[in-house]
Write a protein that binds this ligand. Structure first.
Ligand code: NAD
Length: 379
């Protein structure tokens, strides 16, 4: 099985479908330890999009029916890049058909769906990975090591933000992201899922939350009808949280944060230092150590380079930088390597389930106006 080229089926050809396909086309040349995959079959409910994607991205077959893709014997692994409400059904069917699954975030619409998926994935013996791409940034792997090695002492506080402005204008059309049945929550599912995962990666599971959710723009024009249509989920999610290890955290999430394009950022304070990071400057990590000489202390700016995990596969020169799509290439390597070797992939569906439970607790807390515990059972 090791190093066998896997046949890929890709479902959904929008923003993420393209990002997965570009990564899958690139991964074999950047990371020769994995066999370059074959792009076998692409499906999109819109036949024209499926055809265009097949031509532009180099898939052998295309069609509108994702179930036909799962029946294709040439498909060993499936990328799921469709709106959130389809993840559960598609990932479940793919695992049941014996295919490895790389599923976009959020894993599902709610914890029940996510738990059933995580259980099916665990029992399947197949590879399962959730698309929390920011976490594979070589500098965030370094941040994790800094925290785990105690370089900044005991963690005492986390302030995280994920701000974007893609829905800041009232002129932005209604889309599936505004519909509870199709998206689940709003900014929380879309952006907050990444931030919750980042917090849990750096500081362990979240224990409890206290949140408020706000919808700023209540109606948008539905391009299908030209009529105003209700926005059914939140534009802003504001949360206080506490980790199981006792660290207090704040999570500020907004899709109407004017001026921010990909503002996933955090400050993490420890007893002997601090780190800070901003995805809009994704090739910089700022580190402060209390041991520095008085009067000479301050945040050090560390530029990404070959000393950080996976960077050297792209280029040998520090400070030359990686981009968003490179993160997807690293993620594709993680997925294919796990599928080819049988080793576990990370972040897997259990990580996706954990995030889903925190997001659900945030919604329940906002509805009740009270602190809510995050349930922690294995399935
Ligand atoms: P999109 O609207 O750009 O694309 C969705 C595609 O799915 C469309 O081409 C649509 O025609 C297709 N589709 C819808 N129903 C389908 C069906 N039944 N069968 C086949 N295809 C179908 O959406 P997007 O921005 O690419 O988001 C897709 C997923 O990726 C979402 O879950 C989203 O949360 C996630 N996402 C992740 C990131 C990230 O950074 N990891 C960024 C954006 C989106």
């Amino acid at each position: 099985m090791a190093n066998r080229s896997l046949g890929i089926g890709l479902v959904g050809t929008g923003f993420m479908g393209r990002a997965h396909a570009i990564a899958l086309r690139t991964v074999g040349s950047v990371f020769p330890e994995v066999a370059a995959p074959r792009l076998v079959h692409v499906a999109d409910v819109c036949t024209e999009r499926a055809r265009n994607a097949a031509e532009a991205l180099g898939f052998e077959q295309h069609g509108a029916d994702w179930r036909a893709l799962l029946s294709n014997p040439g498909v060993d692994a499936v990328s799921i890049c469709t709106p959130n409400h389809l993840h559960h059904e598609m990932a479940h069917a793919a695992l049941s058909a014996g295919k490895h699954v790389w599923c976009e975030k959020p894993l599902a619409l709610d914890p029940d769906e996510a738990a059933s998926l995580a259980a099916t994935a665990r029992d399947s013996g197949l590879t399962h990975l959730v698309g929390f791409n920011y976490i594979v940034n070589p500098l965030l792997a370094t941040a994790r090591t800094i925290v785990q090695c105690g370089e900044i002492g005991e963690p005492v506080g986390f302030s995280g933000r994920y701000f974007e402005d893609y829905m800041a204008s009232p002129d932005v059309d209604w889309s599936w992201r505004c519909d509870r049945e199709l998206a689940g929550s709003g900014a929380l599912a879309d952006l907050g899922s990444h931030l919750v995962h980042l917090l849990e990666t750096l500081l362990g599971p979240v224990e409890s939350v206290m949140a408020q959710l706000t919808t700023v723009i209540a109606e948008r024009i539905d391009p299908a009808t030209g009529e105003p249509r209700a926005v059914e989920n939140e534009d802003i999610a504001t949360t206080h949280a506490r980790t199981v290890s006792g660290v207090p955290a704040t999570l500020d999430i907004s899709r109407v944060a004017s001026g921010y394009k990909c503002g996933l950022s955090f400050d993490l304070f420890g007893t002997r230092g601090a780190i800070r990071f901003d995805q809009e400057r994704m090739n910089e990590l700022q580190v402060f150590n209390t041991g520095d000489r008085k009067g000479r202390d301050g945040f050090r700016r560390i530029l990404s380079g070959p000393a950080h995990p996976d960077y050297a596969a792209f280029n040998p020169a520090p400070g030359h930088g990686l981009g968003y799509n490179d993160l997807k290439v690293i993620e594709a390597r993680n997925f294919l390597r796990a599928a080819q070797t049988g080793e576990p992939a990370w972040p897997d569906f259990d990580a996706g389930l954990s995030v889903q439970r925190v997001m659900d607790a945030i919604e329940r807390s906002a509805a009740r106006g009270a602190w809510v515990q995050v349930p922690r059972t294995t399935d």
